[in-house]
Design a protein around this ligand. Structure first.
Ligand SMILES: Cc1cc2nc3c(=O)[nH]c(=O)nc-3n(C[C@H](O)[C@H](O)[C@H](O)COP(=O)(O)OP(=O)(O)OC[C@H]3O[C@@H](n4cnc5c(N)ncnc54)[C@H](O)[C@@H]3O)c2cc1C
Length: 388
């Protein structure tokens, strides 16, 4: 007999788990189908930065609406998300000072705790940093990072306590449509019926949407990261940093490691099932970049490298909302930046599904139709193509 449920969520990453948590909070019984293991996709390899510095206002709003979850996780969700407050610095090269100021002004306008600090202030916060290429930086004293796998497990555990179900090792192979409306899915473990199906399949979301004839402009984006053990001179740690001029970000991990990612090293295209080994020469590039910002890192020891992947859209912003047959929704295209916004996006998508409209944040700018209409999203103060 086919099992019947309220909402089928395809994909057990942080996005699917957040949606399940919020749907279950609205007294629905969502069913999450995950072809591998919970958080086995982008989420399990995510760097977990939690910050609000965006140049597109709706994205900053999503990050800001998510932030209280990270800070008050045990009360709001239960369990732990591993949020660690380190402070966050956004560095831009000197010539992008206007962009930095514009972003900070926009974020302050919505109440985000962020301020402009001078290069000397940065030196006081991070005495080992080279500060020669900027005069001002944006500083978010409350921000930091969290544990993406732990966050997802906690969302899913809380969702299950409220009536959600998770089936792992369950690959969706077809989506049933009757009379222009979705009615369920077929999987390697049998059929499941529901009037609502949500595509939260990360880098595989294009294939899943293709099952109902919806063409989603997603490219597979691959991103390499490295963990190094800091030398003793950096034992006190450092803030979490996005260093635009060096196309790099880094953050502490626990007491003595630093996680480093290079933004311009990303490879795009191919299949989401391709090999996930970091690119040749990645380690050399990491060493060269991190030593530009923190010369003392020359004495760091490499611990490990890994590659992750996500679905990238043409404007590098997510796709959220209905598409194709009635009852089919997209929650995908996170373009390497969908961890920190997952709590609010899950809330918004649950509102959209239950109430017909998102009230936590207006997510209407993120609809699929923007691509066909040539309305690609761009930040108010973008002075050149972004990387994120
Ligand atoms: C290396 C790296 C670093 C990142 N760093 C940050 C960061 O610092 N901050 C930030 O905010 N974001 C970051 N991101 C982005 C963020 O991690 C992702 O946007 C987010 O995890 C996406 O979550 P998801 O649930 O949409 O996708 P995923 O976690 O990929 O989950 C999708 C799931 O769908 C499943 N699936 C696919 N097809 C099917 C099917 N047919 N049937 C059933 N299940 C299926 C997959 O197995 C997968 O588990 C990073 C991403 C990467 C790769």
């Amino acid at each position: 007999m086919t099992e019947t449920t309220d909402v089928i969520v395809i994909g057990g990453g942080v996005q699917g788990a957040s949606l399940a948590f919020h749907l279950a909070g609205r007294s629905l019984q969502p069913l999450v189908l995950e072809r591998g293991a919970l958080a086995g996709g982008a989420t399990g390899r995510s760097s977990g930065l939690v910050r609000m510095h965006y140049d597109l206002e709706p994205e900053a709003r999503l990050a800001w609406a998510s932030f209280p979850y990270f800070r008050q996780w045990p009360e709001r969700v239960g369990g732990e998300c591993g949020f660690t407050r380190t402070g966050f610095l956004q560095l831009y090269p000197r010539e992008s000072g206007a962009r930095l100021r514009g972003n900070v002004e926009m974020q302050q306008g919505m109440g985000i705790p962020t301020l402009l600090v001078t290069a000397d202030d940065v030196r006081r916060l991070a005495p080992q940093f080279d500060i020669g290429d900027f005069d001002v930086a944006a500083y978010e004293p409350e921000s930091g990072y969290a544990d993406p796998s732990g966050t997802t497990a906690a969302f899913m555990a809380a969702a299950r306590d409220r009536g959600a179900r998770l089936v792992q090792g369950c690959s969706v192979t077809a989506i049933r449509v009757d009379g222009g409306r979705v009615s369920g899915v077929e999987t390697n473990r049998g059929g499941f019926s529901a009037p609502v199906v949500v595509d939260a399949a990360g880098a595989w979301a294009r294939d899943v949407a293709g099952l109902v004839g919806v063409d989603v402009p997603l490219t597979v984006w691959r991103h390499d990261t490295a963990y190094v053990r800091r030398p003793s001179v950096l034992a006190a740690g450092h803030p979490t940093v996005i260093d635009d001029g060096n196309a790099m970000y880094f953050r502490p991990e626990g007491r003595d490691l630093t996680l480093i990612g290079l933004e311009d090293d990303a490879a795009t295209g191919g299949s989401p099932d391709d090999d996930l080994r970091p690119a040749g020469g990645f380690v050399e590039r990491v060493v060269e970049r991190i030593c530009r910002r923190i010369p003392a890192m020359i004495d760091a020891d490499l611990q490990s490298t890994q590659r992750g992947q996500d679905g990238m859209t043409p404007d590098q912003r997510p796709i959220l909302g209905p598409a194709g047959p009635d009852g089919f929704y997209l929650q995908c295209g996170f373009s390497g930046t969908g961890f920190k916004t997952a709590p609010a996006i899950g809330a918004c998508m649950a509102e959209l599904i239950v109430d017909g409209r998102a009230s936590t944040v207006d997510i209407s700018p993120f609809g699929l139709e923007r691509f066909g209409a040539g309305r690609l999203l761009a930040g108010a103060h973008e002075d050149r193509p972004i990387w994120r």
